[in-house]
Design a protein around this ligand. Sequence first.
Ligand code: KG4
Ligand code: ZN
Length: 331
Amino acid sequence: MLVLGVETSCDETAVALYDSHRGLLGHRLYSQVDVHAEYGGVVPEIASRDHLRKLLPLIREVLDAEGLKRTAIGGIAYTAGPGLIGALLVGAAVARSLAWAWNIPSVAVHHMEGHLLAPLLEPEPPEFPFVALLVSGGHTLLVDVRGIGSYHVLGESLDDAAGEAFDKTAKLLGLGYPGGPALARLAEGGDAGRFHFPRPMTDRPGLDFSFSGLKTHALNALAALEGTPQDKADIACAFQEAVVDTLVSKCRRALRETGLGRLVVAGGVSANRTMRKKLQAMAESERCRVYFPRPEFCTDNGAMIAFAGCRRLLAGQCETSAIEARARWPM
Ligand code: KG4
Ligand code: ZN
């Protein structure tokens, strides 16, 4: 079955074609980053309008590039939430309308399930069961994954998501939007030893997280200094180490508590190179294996939605009801 995937939950318009036999055939992504950069963050209304402008041309482009006719498509998967409601509605309305017009099934995909399954698009995919660490701009979740649709949340952030903490700290260091990758670049020239940031909630049992205090810690460290470029790089480095060490510590705990031998890491922050290295080292010392998506599929993309939707459509799940979009949607 060939499935068209549509992702419009935030500031990337993304589409992909995934075939259950041949794998990923093609994907396209248009990032709105330049449109929102001058506002210092995503403006929801502008995001919706830009998705509307770009979505159909991208679908046409990916079909043409693969030399495929729309009649080859057997189903459509779209992100139905969580995310910005207006942005979600554009993707949902286009996907459902095309499915209706072409007389094929459509399926609503949970954005975080898309992220969770992204590592399964790689050449050596993990087998079930595994522990998943999902680290994006909106969520930080540790999940016990037994199979498609069998998700038990082990822990989550009680305040800011890891990506959100990166973005907010980047902003106070004077870095532009999107902040996470910019902070990671700045940290490369920093000295982590100059400041000691706490590792929140690692001194007590449990698998929940709290990242908002680290941003305040960075703010206080900066306020006590002149704020030279080196000061900022050192703060960025110490902040990044603290986030990464905290995530690594909780992942180790989750692997030990569940007794599982595989860790899957996905979501925008999983592109962070320091985090990938430290998680890899931890997994080796625990005799576990860790799986990441390729960097372009860490952040939002259409491939993960096409893949998740394909698995769900093959399992017989499809919709008959109205267009579905939910700003909030627990996993
Ligand atoms: O998964 P994603 O593209 O969108 C959401 O579902 O939220 O994640 C975006 C988040 C942003 O907070 C961004 O700053 C962060 O991922 N991010 C990074 C890196 N690349 C993206 N954070 C740290 N280091 C990176 N290299
Ligand atoms: Zn995402």
